[in-house]
Structure formats: structure tokens, C-alpha cells
Design a binder for this molecule. Structure first.
Ligand code: G3P
Ligand code: MG
Length: 357
């Protein structure tokens, strides 16, 4: 014990760095790995499969709990990824638990938005699908939506078996959380206007607008289709426009996700936790905990989200822009230039490992 202690003491503090990977447009397009991402990630592990370099995913996407996303990513990318390594757009919603824990809330978006919120500890969550199912004719277009027919069985079954977690006809929703990209924009805009508007649901007099949170504000993002697709920021604009045309008071809301600097602060704190699991050199761990990493690389595809965010976060962030997603230019981005532009994530990791060796 004594010998290993003195060994650690005598080792010079290795320059310590971490990496944050954007997912859509860097690691994946849809569900397919891109830019040599599996090979790139493999280089961050030891031969025995343990983590060598502290890294995490910093995505504005989401819709499933972090633990489930970690399992999904591990399968797609062929490396062992822990829940701690997955920071999604909605991950900061956890910090709102105290305020909303025991109050009725609604969760919106693809995947399992209510399960995400329940796992964070919120006790009275309904997905907007379930919420809407308790109001006959709330969506006059529902009979034209073929894909909803399958869902109707499900909804019918569980509404027959169980009661909603709160009384949708008398309890006012205290918060609406847009967890992931909404699936049925028309219905969701309608029902959110009902919930958030005065004289809306339930019809119970006036009051302050219930709180509204968005997990991110991406206008566009790179999915499987060649051209960018509309993201949560586009949905926010649509909802806000309609709400403001139909109400006297403008819509109040808060958006999370990159490029907010606190997201990068949180990622730095999480990387420190991951570092403790990676490094056996206590001296390096203490050094990083007391000060910081010498560098944290943000590898992203979206200049106005990933690169802007890293630039605003400042030291120790260093931004690397890939050409596999939203950004497709030859040179650097004029408005939000990255510290480095590369073609793929594989090239980015190669640069980092050469630089840090
Ligand atoms: O819906 C996902 C998208 O808005 C962004 O994901 O991984 O590029 O931050 P990402
Ligand atoms: Mg992206």
C-alpha cells in the first residue's frame, strides 16, 4: 500500500482531458452510426473493455430515460456505455423536482416522455397522449390519423383498467414539459393551448399560465434524411405563434439544452465524476477536481448549438465541428467558428489522441 501510495505521489500530474460527443449528426444519423463512430469510441477504452478516457454524450435529443439510452447506444456502437455518460436535453428537468414533485404535470414528445419524468421522481405525470385520451373530441382530426387507431386500443385498455394519476377534469396542470420532439404537432399545439391558456383545461377560472419547459431549442437537426429536419425549436415557434395569436398574454416558457452555458458546466461536473471511475491516479483526480480539466473537447455538427455553446462556456472547452450533420461547409462556420473543423468524428478523436499523447 505504502509503495503504491509513494508511486502515485511521484507521478507527474498527467494533462487531463475529457470529451463530449453530440449524437445526431456526429455519432448517428437516425439509428445508423456515422463517421466511423464505433471505431472512434473503441479507442477510448482499454483492451479489457474498461474506460480509458473520460467521455460522455451531450445531446439535445431524448425521449427515453438515460439508462435506456445508454443500453441502446451500447448496442448500436459496440462499446459499454453507462447511464452517467448520457446527458440528454431533458436531463436538467431533474433539477425541477422540488418544485413539481407532487403536482400534476404533462410530458410531451416521442418515446416515453412520462416514464422519463417518473424516473426523475415526478409523482403525478401524464403523457399528453394519455391526458388527451380523457377528453372526448379534444382533437377533431383524430379520426383521420390512421396511426392513432393502433394506439386507441392501448389507451382504451389502460383507461378502462386504471384511473389517471390525477383528476384531469378538476386538477389544473402545474407544468408542461416538452421532453422530446413532439410527434403530433397539430394535436399537441391544440392541447397545450388548452392546458396553458386562460379558461382552458380544466375550465376553472383564470390564473397564471402553468409553467412550460422545453428540453432544447434546436430549430433544425440532422436525422437520417439528407436535409436537416425541424426540431424542438421549430415546434416552440409554432406553439408560441399560435398561442400569442389566440391569447392576450404572450406565452412564457424556459428552454434548456445546448447552447446554454449551464449545460456545459453540468457536463464538466459529470466528466469529473466519470474521471473518478477511470483514473487510478489519485493525484490526477484531485488535481482535476480542485481545478479543472486541461481541456474538454466538444465534438458537434451544429454551429449555432454545439460550437456556440462551447465557445460561450469558455475554458476548458475546445470545439471541433464535423461535416457529417447540420454543417456541410468547406471552411469554418463564419458566425460560430469552431476551434477545429474535421470531416468525421473519427478524425476528431484521432486529432485529440495525437494531441494528448
Ligand atoms: O432531436 C435531437 C436533436 O434536436 C439534436 O440532437 O445529438 O444533435 O444534440 P443532438
Ligand atoms: Mg447534432
Amino acid at each position: 500500500l505504502r509503495r503504491s501510495y509513494s508511486q502515485h505521489q511521484s507521478q507527474p500530474a498527467r494533462p487531463s482531458f475529457g470529451i463530449a460527443f453530440d449524437i445526431d449528426g456526429v455519432i448517428l444519423r437516425g439509428h445508423s452510426p456515422i463517421g466511423g463512430s464505433p471505431q472512434a469510441l473503441r479507442r477510448l477504452y482499454n483492451d479489457d473493455g474498461t474506460l480509458k478516457i473520460p467521455y460522455l454524450f451531450l445531446t439535445n435529443g431524448g425521449g427515453v430515460p438515460e439508462s435506456a439510452r445508454a443500453i441502446e447506444l451500447s448496442g448500436l456502437l459496440g462499446v459499454k456505455i453507462s447511464a452517467l455518460q448520457v446527458l440528454q436535453g431533458h436531463s436538467p428537468f431533474k433539477q425541477l423536482l422540488k418544485r413539481f414533485e407532487n403536482y400534476p404535470i404533462v410530458a410531451v414528445g416521442k418515446g416515453e416522455p412520462s416514464q422519463v419524468m417518473s424516473e426523475y421522481g415526478f409523482k403525478k405525470v401524464l403523457s399528453i397522449d394519455e391526458y388527451a385520451s380523457y377528453f372526448d373530441d379534444i382533437d377533431p382530426l383524430s379520426s383521420y390519423k390512421d396511426w392513432k387507431v393502433k394506439q386507441a386500443y392501448k389507451t382504451d385498455e389502460y383507461s378502462k383498467k386504471s384511473q389517471p394519476i390525477y383528476d384531469v377534469h378538476s386538477d389544473r396542470v402545474k407544468g408542461a414539459f416538452v421532453v422530446s420532439d413532439p410527434v403530433d404537432w397539430g394535436r399537441d399545439i391544440q392541447v397545450l393551448c388548452d392546458i396553458l391558456g386562460f379558461g382552458g383545461l380544466p375550465a376553472k377560472g383564470r390564473g397564471h399560465q402553468p409553467a412550460l419547459f422545453f428540453a432544447s431549442d434546436d430549430l433544425e437537426y440532422q436525422a437520417a434524411f439528407p436535409a436537416e429536419r425541424l426540431g424542438m425549436g421549430a415546434f416552440r415557434i409554432a406553439l408560441e405563434s399560435v398561442f400569442n395569436r389566440t391569447h392576450d398574454n404572450p406565452l412564457e416558457y424556459t428552454s434548456f439544452g445546448k447552447p446554454n452555458p449551464f449545460v456545459f458546466k453540468n457536463a464538466e461536473a459529470t466528466l469529473k465524476q466519470i474521471l473518478s471511475n477511470v483514473h487510478h491516479n489519485q493525484h490526477t483526480i484531485n488535481e482535476v477536481k480542485a481545478n479543472s480539466f486541461s481541456k474538454i473537447y466538444m465534438i458537434g455538427d451544429n454551429p449555432s448549438v454545439d460550437i456556440k455553446g462551447a465557445a460561450e462556456a469558455g475554458h476548458p472547452w475546445f470545439s471541433i465541428l464535423t461535416r457529417t450533420g447540420v454543417f456541410k461547409g468547406q471552411d469554418n462556420h463564419p458566425e460560430y467558428p469552431a476551434n477545429l473543423v474535421v470531416d468525421t468524428v473519427e478524425e476528431a478523436v484521432d486529432y485529440i489522441l495525437r494531441k494528448e499523447s
